[in-house]
Design a protein around this ligand. Sequence first.
Ligand code: ATP
Length: 230
Amino acid sequence: MLDVVRLDSRYGRIPALAGVDLRVAAGELVALVGANGAGKTTLLRAISGVQPASGGEIRFDGRDLARLSARRRVQLGIVQVPEGRQVFGPLSVEDNLLLGAFARGSRDGLEHVLAMFPALERKRREPAGTLSGGQQQMLAIGRALMANPKLLLLDEPSMGLAPRLVAEIFAQIAGLKAQGTTILLVDQNARAALAIADRGYVMETGRVVLSGPAADLLRDPQVRQAYLGL
Ligand code: ATP
């Protein structure tokens, strides 16, 4: 479904991605792990079209994305849940969800998404800013689901959450995969991310340094030492 080939991206003169190759097949859950500043967020943003690429290619369902705007990519089914949730605090939970469907121009799916997240259903008329961190993360995911994603890009969904909520969020993500959503997941919690993933990629300073089945990465001595604290 997604084929990233020798992708480069830079912030001014500073390279952030250097020759990144990454693939995600339909139905897969792929985890992307690595230290702060490795380039994970930049890669997700390049795929969704909010960060320009300076070289290489991104193909989605065989189609070159280079000339397509971020909005067009959302319409094709590439939908990002940004780091830090970025919900619209003064707007209601329901309006935040409806904004997720803006590029699609339809409210269809609202009741389905609310049914997936009972905590959001209970608070559908409340301002999103009054939700807890975990609920805001669910709202950010729900908002993305409203866009009808084929490929969901999740950036640090467990950031800043208490351990119980981290487990809940990862269970929700595993549930989305089980329902057939294709997912590229970035998370500092490498162990939890790899535990639910089919395959994984490890990034260091703008490059992919290791990739393989998630179970193999969880056993890899280098990964265990550098990213799993073992
Ligand atoms: P984190 O987990 O901290 O978000 P990351 O792996 O997602 O890390 P990126 O945020 O993609 O890494 O950053 C990759 C590199 O690009 C880092 O060296 C970072 O300092 C730099 N960078 C990121 N955003 C900008 C920006 N807006 N302007 C300049 N440099 C940036």
